[in-house]
Design a protein around this ligand. Structure first.
Ligand code: SAH
Length: 245
């Protein structure tokens, strides 16, 4: 029998649960703020090398908004906002927050822009980019990761991100050309199809070098006249770009 006392106890329990949830969400806001402060400090330290001692304010707002804890496996939630890569299964990782911010900043995405990402992984980088650009197209080669990222981005309301399964080496012809391209896995060379799919005036950020070693994060700019320039930004360590080309 449900007595008024039992009902009152149940109500109190519900309130306690709701309270815990609110506190949890607030805690993540604090973690996220700490993460963005750490990114800002690192940007200052590496500024001479990267040419970007302070990232664009819109990039930092995006980093302070996207719920990174929603993109890591449940058992990694405690380190979701630590400034380091986090394993996401299938031998892959979600990149270090500072590197996500740096790559996003270098891409110089504007509200009207169309952006391609190669290597969806958890979907986190795509979500950050979705805060800045009009449309984000992201390709993932590992099927379960791609499916999960697609579902997650949908549930979190990132309606301007499209995820496709496949080998991103070849880009996404139907939606080309892109204002910016981010490659979030290490390539032995810059894939020619991606250069072709970059708009004149567009920018590509890509780690280039041997797999399982240190690579160079490169900024590739296609000038309005179609000529291409490359610049080394920073040594980085990414998981390899795979695929059957
Ligand atoms: N940007 C991701 C992290 C990328 S980890 C995030 O924010 O979480 C690199 C990802 O690239 C992995 O998920 C890996 O499976 C994927 N990948 C590797 N080679 C690929 C290829 N040729 N095409 C598309 N995705 C690829």
């Amino acid at each position: 029998m449900i007595t008024p006392k039992v009902r009152a106890m149940a109500a109190a329990l519900l309130l306690a649960a709701a309270g815990a949830q609110v506190a949890g969400a607030a805690d993540f806001a604090v973690e996220r703020r700490r993460m963005t402060q750490e990114i800002e400090a690192l940007a200052r330290q590496t500024g001479a090398e990267t040419g970007r001692p302070a990232f664009d304010a819109r990039v930092m707002t995006a980093m302070d908004t996207v719920p990174r804890h929603e993109f890591v496996p449940a058992e990694q939630i405690d380190v979701a906002y630590a400034n380091r890569p986090v394993p996401i299964g299938h031998g892959q990782t979600i990149s270090q927050p500072y590197i996500v911010a740096l790559m996003t900043d270098l891409a110089k995405a504007q509200p009207g822009h169309k952006v391609l990402e190669v290597g969806t992984g958890s979907g986190y980088q795509a979500a950050v980019m979705a805060q800045l650009a009009r449309e984000v197209y992201s390709i993932e080669i590992v099927e379960p990761l791609g499916q999960q990222a697609k579902r997650r981005l949908g549930q979190l309301g990132y309606g301007n991100v499209q995820v496709r399964l496949g080998d991103g080496y070849h880009g996404w012809e139907e939606h080309a050309p892109f204002d910016a391209i981010l490659v979030t896995a290490a390539a032995s060379h810059i894939p020619p199809p991606l250069i072709r799919q970059l708009k004149p005036g567009g920018r590509m950020v890509i780690p280039v070098g041997a797999a399982f070693m240190v690579q160079q994060l490169m900024l590739i700019e296609k000038k309005p006249d179609g000529t291409v320039s490359t610049r080394q930004i920073l040594p980085v360590a990414f998981v390899p770009l795979t695929g059957g080309r």
